[in-house]
Design a protein around this ligand. Structure first.
Ligand code: SF4
Length: 318
């Protein structure tokens, strides 16, 4: 089927309505585009734009500057964005690729934390390569435009490639992301303003596409932490492992201490589970390893959002 009329309508729509002023759209530097894509993987445009993108690039203006920095520095700059694995991936990528990030999709997909859609976004935006982006917004449009209920990755990638404007991949992909974010909205799509409307097969009942996902219950994980404070300093440990590795937290223990008093309970939701943290104040650290950190130290290190919530609950202002 020929979709040249829709591709033209999408390009015209973008010229008039696209978010041309986003800073990562005013550059063809693969590194700057890469950082925006990594930040936007789990964080909303508004938050990235207002709080993180500019300061991060001021501190790390090039891929080489990331490669030269310590992981601690990078995690500190990432603080507040969450999903810290992304910061570790960026560090690893910089160590492997500095001074220049590749722009071929195949090479990008071999790097940690870069899936097919992110690789295609960097390749299309930095080097105008004819590849399709498939983020959550674009998925929704494709489901509706083709009246496709299935959530199969293979089917969706086929549809993405079917509609892709290969002669103008930069504009097409940016436009699709914007249409998904501002027109083909999840709950109330604005079909009257949509450049795909003339041939959208799902527009009579857009909410029927895709078929509803089966809801999974988020498992609950309990964790006990110790609060040990001496002369204004708190005992802290650096986390190891994949999840939140490199961030600092209160000492985690398996059992509630017999000589401790429970002083707080904090609930925090991660993507795949809910953490219920119970905090016990103890006078002695007995056999627990860690470092004694004062408020000035704590301001300089990377803390997870859960740790910040705990400090807040215990009125320990940083
Ligand atoms: S016509 Fe409506 S349902 Fe179809 S892509 Fe546009 S906004 Fe979405």
């Amino acid at each position: 089927m020929n979709y040249s009329d829709i591709r033209l309508a999408i390009a015209n729509w973008y010229a008039l309505n696209g978010r041309h002023d986003l800073p990562w759209r005013r550059t063809d530097d693969p590194y700057r585009i890469y950082i925006s894509e990594m930040m936007l993987q789990q964080t909303q445009v508004k938050t990235v734009l207002e709080r993180f993108y500019g300061p991060f690039l001021e501190r790390f203006p090039t891929l080489q500057s990331v490669a030269d920095a310590s992981l601690d520095d990078l995690l500190h700059a990432w603080q507040g964005l969450g999903y810290y694995r992304r910061a570790r991936y960026i560090h690893e990528t910089a160590k492997r690729c500095a001074p220049d990030l590749p722009t071929e999709p195949e090479a990008l997909m071999k790097l940690p934390g870069i899936g097919k859609s992110t690789a295609h976004a960097i390749a299309a935006f930095a080097a105008h390569r004819p590849v399709a982006v498939l983020d959550a917004n674009v998925r929704r449009i494709l489901h509706r435009f083709f009246a496709q209920k299935s959530r199969s990755e293979k089917i969706l990638w086929n549809l993405a490639e079917t509609l892709l404007d290969r002669t103008n991949p930069y504009t097409y992909n940016q436009a699709m992301m914007d249409i998904g974010a501002t027109v083909c909205l999840p709950k109330a799509p604005l079909c009257g303003r949509c450049p795909l409307a003339t041939r959208c097969r799902g527009k009579s009942d857009p909410l029927a596409y895709p078929a509803p996902a089966q809801k999974k219950r988020r498992p609950i994980k309990h964790q006990i932490y110790l609060w040990v404070e001496k002369q204004g300093k708190i005992l802290m440990q650096k986390r190891k492992g994949e999840m939140l590795g490199g961030l600092w937290e209160l000492p985690a223990v398996e059992k509630a201490p017999s000589e401790g008093k429970k002083v707080a309970e904090v609930v925090h939701d991660y993507t795949h589970f809910r953490r219920i943290a119970e905090i016990y104040e103890v006078k002695e650290e007995k056999g627990v390893e860690g470092e004694w950190l004062g408020k000035a130290d704590l301001r300089d290190i990377a803390l997870s959002s859960l740790e910040r919530k705990i400090f807040e609950k215990l009125h320990f202002t940083l």
